[in-house]
Design a protein. Structure first.
Length: 100
């Protein structure tokens, strides 16, 4: 049954709001966390929830840097995304894979 299935969700930042996250680690460190969650989901025959790649860092805007490093739409989304992602996380049947 779908509701009893376990999902792995890579948590890339402490302030993850589902569609965007505030600050947090850089792109390379996030890729390690996402890869670890994806491998765990394949190994455990579980679902994979797509991580929140879009990042808003206030410092890049305050310093007027050219590259804002928001990482918007640079990856093909694997796994569950959108409203189904929110629903899975709210039902508490996802196992967060923390970074670090």
């Amino acid at each position: 049954m779908e509701s009893e299935k376990t999902y792995f969700y890579p948590v890339l930042s402490d302030y993850d709001f589902g569609w965007f996250r505030l600050s947090g680690p850089g792109l390379a460190n996030c890729m390690f966390v996402a890869a670890r969650a994806y491998i765990l989901s394949r190994r455990e025959n579980a679902g994979y929830i797509s991580p929140t790649w879009t990042k808003l860092s206030p410092g890049t805007f305050l310093r007027r840097e050219k590259d804002k490093r928001v990482y918007f739409k640079i990856f093909n989304e694997l796994g569950i995304k959108g409203l189904k992602k929110s629903n899975c996380c709210l039902r508490k049947n996802c196992a967060p894979v923390p970074g670090g």
